[in-house]
Write a protein that binds this ligand. Sequence first.
Ligand SMILES: Nc1ncnc2c1ncn2[C@@H]1O[C@H](COP(=O)(O)OP(=O)(O)OP(=O)(O)O)[C@@H](O)[C@H]1O
Ligand SMILES: [Mg+2]
Length: 550
Amino acid sequence: MRLSQPIIILKEGTERSRGSDARNANIMAARIVSEAVKSSLGPKGMDKMLVDSFGDVTITNDGATMLKEMDIQHPAAKMMVEVAKTQDDEVGDGTTSVVVLAGELLGKAVELMDKKIHPTVVIDGYRDAQDQALKFLEEISIKVDPKDRDVLKKVAMTATASKLIAGYSDYLSDLAVDAVLQIAEETDGGYEADLDMVKLEKKPGGSLTDTTLIRGLVIDKEIIHADMPKNVHEAKIGLLNAAMEVEKTEFDAKIHIESPDEIQAYLDQEEQMLREIVEKVKAAGISVLFCQKGIDDMVQHFLAREGILAVRRLKKSDMEALAKATGAKIVTNVDDLSEEDAGYAATVEEKKISDDKMIFVEGCRNPKAVSILIRGGTDRIVDEAERSLHDALCVIRDVVEDPRIVAGGGAPEIEIARRLRRYAEKLSGRERLAVSAFAEALEVIPTVLAENTGMDSIDTISEMQSRHEKGELWAGLEAAKGEVSDMYELDVFEPMQVKAQAIKSATEAATMLLKIDDIIASSKMRPPPMPPGGMPGGMPGGMPGGMPPM
Ligand SMILES: Nc1ncnc2c1ncn2[C@@H]1O[C@H](COP(=O)(O)OP(=O)(O)OP(=O)(O)O)[C@@H](O)[C@H]1O
Ligand SMILES: [Mg+2]
């Protein structure tokens, strides 16, 4: 059959690349992202300063945050961002590691494909290696008591050792352990800790050691009227999501007033209505009122006269947290305030924090609500402290929920790689190469840790390998001294789940990118062009995919 006209399938402007071109472009984009975060891995890793389009500056060591702020465009590179996010959502730590590992898995895959090994063989080999690696990880993991404060603190200290706030790691880890143990709930066969119950509130000023754990909630608002009580004991709490003022009509109305008496009558009437609103609050027995909307000046005055503590314009999330903590029901009409729907807290108090005032709601009906009030010299320190505390809380939760740990410093990666190589010996030809490549890729973690510590990575890795051969299971890289030591004895503990999730997510991302052999990008969604030489141009009009310089 001969056609005299071309058949147009894709819209004009669509660009397409296929086969190894497509794969290589994706792999290169993903690896560039992985290279970008490498230098921040480990306690001696560097931080990154990111400036967004508004000029706002973020200084961080957190892999997920870095990638989120980087404004990455290339679709394959975006997958790395997603991998970090998944890691963050699932276990909260190891977000840099997972991206570095995924990049290395792709790098090793390219070497195999250069040796004419088909991508599907690599993918199968990687999947097999992943299953084995997870098995080995479980084998070497150590069971701990999920309520053992000492272990939990060490896990938190390892997670925060690599952060800007490392100097305060000890203090903040104690706080984080207290917080998680407070909210942990026993379930059949273990514990569960819902980190939504830990509210992090920030207030720049003071020092990081002024950070405190509050058994209750902190609300970043002030009491609205000077004559209201500054603290209330045995508080009956009302939560209102409605404005406390005379309702305005929705249409324009004119009132004709003919005498001064009528003006007075009109004003009296309005005052009466506002007084009634306050009466309703009082009738419901409420002593502390949190209002999501505004409160009229006159109402404030009447509330103050009744000795009711009131706060207005709360965030929705604060209202919800208060409802959860105090057991109050949020009502949308003053008429619905009632004694049964009121919440309880032992004290509600306004305290001065630096130049600001904040409301502390403590001794709530639900003792599982806690807050951490983060203090620190500047906005940026407070922000990074929040991210680090998030990591600390997550790793503690991970261990409380699945009480198995490993020691860090690259020791588990070296050990798993060693066992994988032994496993690979039993396999045939190509598959063996893929499993061995996976083992080598795992060693990127200790390699990068060594590089970031300023050590010779080849020497360090071979020393670690030979000590593992001799049965030193936890021989890893001690960053502080820059030597190979027993990481278990040094108390560098990490949740097994963080390592397991990193292996799973990195393998998944790498195999997904390896499987792609066709990129069809519509004209609007086209990845940005790659510099010359970045990708071998194959087909006419092929996708010059790639990454913008970072
Ligand atoms: N004292 C230490 N000596 C050597 N290595 C350590 C030490 N403390 C932690 N590590 C290692 O540092 C690595 C973690 O580094 P880092 O916290 O920077 O990255 P991440 O956990 O992968 O990502 P992120 O914390 O950004 O989510 C782990 O491999 C851990 O074993
Ligand atoms: Mg970490």
